[in-house]
Design a protein around this ligand. Structure first.
Ligand code: FAD
Length: 508
């Protein structure tokens, strides 16, 4: 093993929404910062998807194998690259609603209250929207919480194929609002991500070192287990050991928890900072269903997402529980989650035999229905010893299903009512739809819950582990519950918030 002779103030592991954002926040301090990222730079052609090859199975999957509760292996759709999953995400950056931070009563139970409320998050959301150049309209959606500052850029218009549909939806009294989007205004790389707004800015500072192809494989503590003393990585397959005063994990909810579990030692026999037995538990991911509207108007298959509908977010006159969020998918030739859905593709193949994928994608509009789930201790990741290797078990039984089904049927009802009234919407008896399968893990959160009580949480409110003084986690693991909007803006806002705390700590 090679021992790096440099000692760092901070090591950040992972460069996605959490790690990339934190790196740019800490970079101006002048402190010695090392960033370790297991992936490398993603080619622009891979990021700017615009063809049917998005449907190639496994194209956007990690080289890992994870195992479901029956022990069946699957390769997760998660992106190991500089910028992490933000290099392939859809760049819609929404704030959680103010009530999402409270105890919310869903049909299947009550979510835990967050230790910090919307008013605490608001300034960090504003900073996150400014950093990621979010384009939106804070007044168009009645469920949008009050912003202390407006979006830094006005909302962009809808694609020609969407405009009449949006007007027809609004004509029904629904508030089809502009979807807040992170945009760079660069032609070669239009959507904003954690490489462009995070890592690129961080490494412009001399005190920041980025090592790509550097997979962290273990963390080592001091003999009493109170501090991380060494970060072991495979850098271009070469074993190396790094040291720092502070270590921040930002590997994504599954991989950060897995790294802490695999680093178990005599002082932390069940995984680092896991006396509570909460590490890896409360794994959540949104229930997501894509609904295909076979629009007659031709489109290019690559227009941006732009429409957000939250009229059913907290329920409706027939259902008194939260149902969730609807957004359009944008052009289907760039939507890699849509391309994942085998049930959907098989329905389409039955309905439209001989119909080419390109023709399908350019003659259709997709809608996503998204519903949050409740945290459950039994939904978790853990490591299972199998012969010489520890395998990553990913056990997730979806809950809150009725709310999601109701949302899907409610939206299909709206589409049905719109048939004929809006340009491009053809009469249809069937709306092909498909739920996202187990491989779709991009919206993962939970696994290292944040809270005041060390008996029921892994992280304190600064996202520091309760038990190891210099170990922090700033990816989506900290979420105590999972709202129906996408998680990325909250991960980014949290990284800025934790960054402020770390800057104070580094001054001491
Ligand atoms: C196709 C897709 C579309 C999405 N669209 C949206 C959207 O429109 N809006 C939204 O809010 N959310 C969206 N999401 C979710 C969003 O991308 C994630 O919530 C967000 O990226 C999570 O940030 P993170 O920091 O937790 O992890 P990631 O962004 O996943 O970053 C983790 C990083 O850690 C690295 N890493 C992992 N393990 C190691 C290790 N051992 N050593 C070193 N490095 C490691 C990875 O390579 C990666 O770079 C989407 C996700 C996907 C996959």
């Amino acid at each position: 093993m090679i021992f790096d002779d440099q000692h760092y103030d901070v090591i950040i592991v992972g460069t996605g929404a959490g790690g990339g954002t934190l790196a740019q926040k800490l970079a101006p301090t002048g402190k010695r910062i090392l960033i370790l990222e297991r992936g490398s730079q993603m080619a622009l052609g891979e990021q700017n998807r615009a063809d049917v090859d998005v449907f190639k199975k496994e194209r956007y999957h990690a080289p890992d194998q994870w195992y479901d509760e029956t022990g069946e292996p699957f390769s997760p759709q998660t992106n190991y690259a500089i910028g992490g999953n933000t290099k392939v995400y859809n760049a819609s950056l929404m704030r959680m609603r103010d009530r999402d931070f409270e105890a919310v009563t869903y049909q299947d139970g009550v979510t835990p209250e967050w230790p910090l409320k919307y008013a605490d998050w608001d300034p960090y959301y504003t900073a996150a929207e400014q950093l990621y150049q979010v384009h939106g309209d804070a007044k168009a959606d009645p469920t949008e919480p009050t912003h202390s500052a407006d979006y830094p850029f006005p909302a962009v218009g809808h694609a020609p194929v969407m405009q009449p549909i949006v007007e027809a939806i609004q004509g029904k009294g629904l508030s089809a609002a502009p979807l807040p989007m992170s945009l760079t205004k660069r032609e070669d790389d239009p959507t904003g991500d954690a490489e462009v707004f995070g890592i690129d800015r961080a490494i412009a500072h001399q005190n920041v070192t980025l090592k790509a192809n550097a997979q962290v494989v273990a963390l080592h503590t001091n003999p009493t287990g109170t501090e991380i003393k060494g970060v072991q990585a495979e850098v271009d397959e070469q074993p190396m050991l790094f040291t720092a005063d502070i270590v921040v994990l930002a590997c994504g909810a599954v991989n950060s928890a897995a790294l802490m579990l695999i680093s178990a030692n005599d002082q932390h026999p069940h995984g680092l900072a896991n006396s509570s037995d909460q590490l890896g538990r409360n794994l959540m991911k949104h229930l997501m269903t894509v609904i295909v509207e076979r629009g007659a108007a031709k489109n290019d298959g690559k227009f941006a997402r732009s429409v957000s509908i939250n009229d059913y977010y907290w329920g409706d006159e027939y259902y008194d529980f939260p149902m969730g969020h609807i957004e359009n998918s944008g052009g289907l030739l760039q939507d890699i989650i849509f391309a994942e859905s085998p049930p959907l593709l098989s329905v389409l193949a039955r309905l439209l035999p001989g119909f080419g994928l390109k023709k399908l994608a350019t003659g259709s509009i997709g809608w996503w229905a998204q519903t949050g789930v409740l945290p459950k201790a039994e939904n978790r990741i853990y490591l299972k010893q199998s012969r010489k290797k520890k395998k990553l078990r990913y056990e997730f039984t979806p809950n809150n299903l009725e709310a999601h089904d109701r949302l899907v049927y409610r939206w299909m009802g709206v589409l049905k009512e719109l048939e004929g009234s809006a340009l491009g919407m053809r009469q249809s008896t069937v709306y092909p739809r498909g739920e996202s399968p187990i491989e779709v893990v991009g919206y993962q959160c939970g696994t290292c819950r944040m809270g005041h009580d060390p008996a029921t949480s892994v992280l304190d409110i600064n996202c520091r582990t309760h038990e190891i003084d210099n170990l922090y986690v700033v990816d989506s693991s900290f979420f105590p519950s999972c709202a129906s909007v996408g998680p990325a803006l909250t991960v980014i806002a949290n990284a800025l918030r934790v960054g402020e705390h770390l800057i104070e700590r580094l001054k001491a």
